[in-house]
Design a protein around this ligand. Structure first.
Ligand code: ZN
Length: 475
């Protein structure tokens, strides 16, 4: 079946076919690194990652670029507040961003270009627009002349509406039309600046993205993604800049995700109702957060609350428990009708999973299909104590491959859980032993110590508490 995606450009479902067969060039607007990313930001990044993973699952070779905005008004103000340089601020929060996406099991972009490291390319792009008559210099600033670009407004609606919305953004007497937007901003005291043909200054936000996207992906991209709040003006302006310069289509499929809400309101820095990813990790594991973030379709709203997280936690536990049950079944050589039925039920589940993902990445329906696979495994394990060897391998590999599309790691989860359980059990035993010692029940306390020693766990009483080590006994 063909993969269909909802294209914001034209607002309709379209069959997905990349420009070059088998290869997908994809760009996602990355973070402005002036603070930790919040769960609303994470939703956009996790969705983009699931789309990338599904395209790879379908056999496409994906080139994935996501930028880092490390210069803009928010960066300048925050660095001033914190009393550090803009560069230090950028390093601090881009490191934090990479740590956070790693914990969320988001694949690292092939390139994460930074705006401040692409100033010459950005200046070159602006010069080309001036040369072609699409941009003009005004007292150290450079603006894009929206009246010159015929298709302005095609992403967000129509030209008249886009001009009206653009005019509201900023009143500035230097502009020819109120809706014109800055490509280059002349230097102001206390701000960083780079030399340019128009004097010292810094690039506008929109030109950073279109320039870096084209540098790493070419003139025409297959997919460009971001939150729906980026449709106007950011993505509208990216189209204007790129297409005015090349005369070619900039992006073939524009995909935008809905907001994450908290009690029905958009989670955002400006509303002050945001929860950072790091705070969320204290409420649930990264895997649970990830499963929660794809529990609604990306074009539907999703509300962040404790009940929804708890539901995702129960689901994840159910899925991983079924997989563990399957793997621990004894193996045999003969094939039974039950084995055959299991294979066909799991294949049916995979077919439904793919059908859901082919329908504009319908992750909630894909999760339902996964839960169907889980049910089939549980039914099998209720009735059978053993399983034919290759059936076991095929079923577990299929389930693990589907989980991988959603970014749910099986191996890591299992290792971590075992270790956590082990550490937890030893610390319970240490607490019990210390309580016995307090009650002067020496015999029972020594018993615990000796029995642990036989298992290779050595306890050592120190002034700061009891420490333990596990002796490596080999395998
Ligand atoms: Zn962008």
């Amino acid at each position: 079946m063909a993969l269909k995606v909802y294209n914001t450009l034209g607002r309709r479902m379209e069959e997905f076919a990349p420009l070059r067969p088998g290869e997908v060039r994809m760009y996602v607007c990355g973070p402005t690194v002036y603070d930790y990313i919040h769960v609303g930001n994470a939703r956009a990044f996790v969705i983009a990652d699931v789309i990338r993973r599904y395209l790879e699952y379908r056999g496409f070779k994906v080139r994935f670029i996501s930028n880092i905005t490390d210069i803009d008004d928010k960066m300048i103000n925050r660095a001033r507040e914190m009393g550090i340089s803009i560069q230090e601020l950028g390093e601090l929060y881009s490191d934090a961003y990479f740590e956070d996406i790693k914990r969320l099991n988001i694949k690292r972009p092939d390139v994460s270009p930074r705006a401040t490291q692409h100033i010459p390319e950005i200046i070159g792009a602006i010069e080309a627009l001036i040369e072609k008559g699409y941009a003009y210099v005004a007292d150290g600033d450079v603006y894009f002349d929206v009246s010159k670009f015929e298709d302005y407004g095609k992403l967000s609606g129509n030209k008249a509406e886009a001009l009206r919305m653009g005019a509201r953004i900023e009143v500035n007497p230097k502009k020819r039309n109120p809706a014109d937007f800055a490509l280059w901003k002349g230097w102001k005291p206390g701000e960083p600046g780079w030399h340019s043909p128009w004097g010292r200054g810094r690039p506008g936000w929109h030109i950073e993205c279109s320039t870096m996207a084209q540098k790493y992906l070419g003139e025409t991209l297959d997919i460009h993604m971001g939150g729906k709040d980026l449709i106007f003006p950011h993505h509208e302006n990216e189209i204007a800049q790129a297409e005015a310069a090349t005369g070619k289509t900039f992006v073939r499929y524009w995909l935008h995700n809905e907001w994450l809400t908290v009690e029905g309101k958009k989670m955002s820095k400006s509303l002050g109702n945001f929860i950072t990813v790091r705070e969320a990790f204290k409420m649930c594991s990264p895997q649970v957060l990830r499963l929660f973030l794809v529990s609604a379709h990306y074009r539907s709203p999703l509300d962040f609350n404790k009940e929804a997280l708890a539901a995702s936690e129960r689901r994840l536990r159910r899925i991983l428990r079924a997989l563990r049950r399957l793997i621990s079944l004894a193996e045999r050589d003969s094939l039974t009708p039950d084995d055959e039925r299991l294979i066909s039920e799991v294949e049916e589940g995979r077919r439904r999973f793919e059908e859901a993902m082919d329908d504009d990445f319908n992750t909630p329906l894909a999760i339902t299909a996964l839960l169907g696979v889980v049910k089939a495994i549980n039914n099998f394990a209720d009735a059978n104590e053993s399983i034919e060897r290759t059936t076991k391998r095929r079923v577990s590999e299929m389930l693990i491959a589907l989980l991988d599309v959603l970014g749910i790691e099986w191996t890591e989860g299992r290792v971590k859980t075992d270790r956590e359980i082990l550490e937890g059990l030893i610390s319970i035993l240490i607490d019990v032993r210390n309580e016995m010692r307090r009650r002067k029940e020496w015999k029972a306390a020594d018993d615990i110590r000796e029995r642990l020693a036989k298992l290779g766990v050595t306890l050592e009483d120190t002034p700061t508490g009891t420490r333990w080590t596990i002796e490596d006994v080999g395998r």
